[in-house]
Design a protein around this ligand. Structure first.
Ligand SMILES: [Zn+2]
Length: 216
């Protein structure tokens, strides 16, 4: 994939965030690692979703955060870069403040694994990392700490929102959509009573099947 194709991919994927009601106004962002390079493509800061184009995507160095081209990149740029530097297997990152998942983050609570869809996609609970201020690398370091060695491609960050990772930016978007979907269902379940936990062996079997057998 050329750099121009990657910019188009990242630009197009951003349309999913408002259409799935994961973001309000200009909050939220997606990035992709430029394969084999110490660079990433990321959303420009403060540009409305309907105005995003492939040409408006920012290309940023992972080590020096140097920006190629015109627009200022997302205020979460240092976070994304810190994750790519520490996790070479990650090819895409999504950040949102999607409502139901962020409600759990506001409580500093993980989303318990009480649905087969959660066992499938996340392999267990969706964890919640500690509080970190926006702007520097602290958030990225906390995301790396929580997700390293964890099956879940999504983590909540206390008092803030959701970060998801994937081998491709599309995988990270899928995780962000599924995270909000299960957060909504678990939220409703918690209003009705006590959600029933899944047995660890069932979680393991579901995750194994979904990861290796499911799909085309
Ligand atoms: Zn945020």
């Amino acid at each position: 994939m050329t750099l121009d194709e990657l910019k188009r991919t990242v630009s197009d994927l951003h349309a999913i965030l408002p259409s799935q009601r994961l973001v309000a106004w200009t909050s939220g962002n997606i990035s992709a690692r430029v394969p084999g390079e110490q660079r990433m493509v990321i959303k420009p800061s403060g540009v409305p979703y309907e105005s995003l184009t492939p040409a408006s995507m920012c290309v940023v160095g992972l080590d020096d955060l140097e920006v190629e081209g015109g627009l200022k990149p997302s205020s979460d740029t240092a976070t994304h870069a810190a994750i790519y530097r520490a996790m070479p297997e990650v090819g895409g990152i999504v950040h949102t403040h999607s409502a139901y998942a962020t409600a759990f983050a506001a409580l500093g609570r993980e989303i318990p694994c009480v649905l087969t869809a959660m066992a499938d996609e996340f392999g267990g609970p969706i964890p919640c990392g500690g509080f970190a201020r926006i702007g520097g690398e602290e958030i990225g370091q906390e995301v790396v700490r929580v997700l390293t060695g964890h099956r879940s491609p999504a983590t909540l960050m206390r008092n803030h929102g959701v970060f998801t990772i994937g081998p491709t930016p599309r995988d990270a978007v899928q995780a962000a959509v599924m995270c909000e979907d299960v957060a909504r269902t678990v939220h409703h379940a918690l209003q009705l009573g006590e959600p029933q936990p899944l047995a660890q062996e069932d979680i393991d079997a579901l995750h194994e099947r979904y990861t290796h057998v499911y799909g085309q």
